[in-house]
Design a protein around this ligand. Structure first.
Ligand code: NAD
Ligand code: MN
Length: 355
């Protein structure tokens, strides 16, 4: 029987609540289906590790992850450690170390969820946003000199490379081609950013020629926010730079009901390294340790992981179980206006799977 080796990295805050919930659901699913198994290993990296060892994860930590089939991640972010240290020391170290250059974020309004967008037009909203995940505005290039002096200077230089842009735009076109609507929107800001974003646009034109069956359009990122609200059904697949994609996907999550629901995959499309799946939300300091975290974003991320592993039937089974739960308002957590706890939702999903 096929055994998948999964690294679990709960990280900080509610990551420590939702990742064990995801692990439990995956275990129950595998037991119920009986056609594959999981071998989980948990890595207790994050803020507590930092306090004990002075780093968010061991310097050779990637070695321990390399042989895994996939990674289930929670959140990096601790109230007592600066965010740029937690983010760069753990999550970005893995994303960049494993060249997970496509950050894939689907948006759907799940059954039973009262989403702002539902009140507009689209009942069958089905978006997938591909965020460039290895360079751009988050390349980490820049510096800071004369700290604290009036002459202080600080820069964050956005870096786009032809290789980096070509591969993510090609990935997005390929994804669009595999979906029923076969439509791609390329998000840009080439009016104001007149060098790299102009190259981005040119590369989009070039790559589009490889995909004659895909229709595509171009939208400035600010106009894109308005389009997401006003004409949601005009959107199918989207590709955007790192910063643009980061912001648009939080908006997408809120429009679909809650940040607590939205999933993501950090994908290495070439499969040289394990890909990493995580809810898009962060550590949620305001609710951590209270059992109030919505685990649905993690469960949906597990669906993406199963699809990535090629277990498509298991993915469908889990997605159906998730929507059976969201359909039931008494199983809504507080972010959705309900009173259910993380454990209530997890147990409900497990018992639906067993049925
Ligand atoms: P956040 O996502 O942690 O929280 C934003 C709001 O959404 C909070 O009110 C929170 O209670 C709510 N929320 C988020 N997820 C929820 C869930 N599953 N169930 C119910 N409510 C939920 O964003 P933030 O406050 O901007 O960031 C907090 C920390 O997390 C920071 O340190 C930040 O750097 C980090 N962060 C990490 C990641 C990541 O590792 N991928 C992503 C975003 C933020
Ligand atoms: Mn974000």
């Amino acid at each position: 029987m096929k055994t998948y080796k999964i690294a679990c990295i709960p990280g900080d805050g509610i990551g420590q609540e939702v990742v064990p919930a995801g692990e439990e659901v995956l275990r129950v699913l595998a037991e119920h289906l009986g056609s594959f198994k999981f071998d989980f290993e948990t890595f207790k990296w994050g803020g507590d590790w930092y306090r004990a060892h002075g780093e968010m994860m061991p310097a050779d930590g990637l070695e321990a992850l390399k042989s895994k089939d996939a990674i289930l991640f929670g959140s990096a972010g601790d109230p007592h450690i600066p965010d740029h240290i937690t983010l760069w020391g753990l999550r970005l170290k893995i994303c960049q170390g494993f060249d997970q250059y496509a950050n894939v974020r689907p948006t759907k309004i799940l059954r039973g969820i009262d989403a702002p967008l539902k009140r507009c037009e689209s009942k069958d909203l089905d978006w997938i946003i591909v965020r460039e995940n290895s360079e751009g505005e988050y390349a980490g290039v820049g510096g800071r000199v004369h700290q604290g002096h009036p002459t202080e200077v600080a820069t964050d230089v956005s870096v786009l490379t032809r290789v980096g842009v070509e591969r993510v735009i090609r990935y997005a076109f390929k994804l669009a081609q595999s979906r029923p609507k076969k439509h791609l929107t390329v998000v840009t800001k080439s009016n104001a950013q007149r060098h790299a974003m102009v190259m981005w646009d040119e590369i989009a034109v070039q790559i589009s020629k490889e995909f004659p069956t895909v229709t595509w359009d171009k939208e400035l990122v600010d106009a894109m926010t308005a389009r997401m609200v006003n004409r949601p059904s005009s959107i199918d697949t989207v590709v955007a730079t790192n910063l643009h994609g980061d912001i648009l996907t939080d908006l997408a999550a809120a429009l679909a009901g809650s940040l607590g629901i939205a999933p993501t995959g950090n994908i290495d499309p070439e499969r040289r390294y394990p890909s990493m799946f995580e809810p898009i939300h962060g550590s949620a300091f305001d609710i951590m340790g209270k059992g109030l975290a919505n685990p649905v974003g993690t469960f949906w991320s597990c669906v993406m992981m199963l699809d990535h592993l090629g277990e498509h039937q298991a993915a469908i089974t889990l997605m159906n179980a998730i929507e059976s739960v969201t359909e039931n308002k008494s199983l809504h957590t507080r972010d959705l206006g309900g009173q259910a706890t993380t454990i209530d939702v997890t147990q409900a999903i497990c018992s639906i799977i067993k049925k």
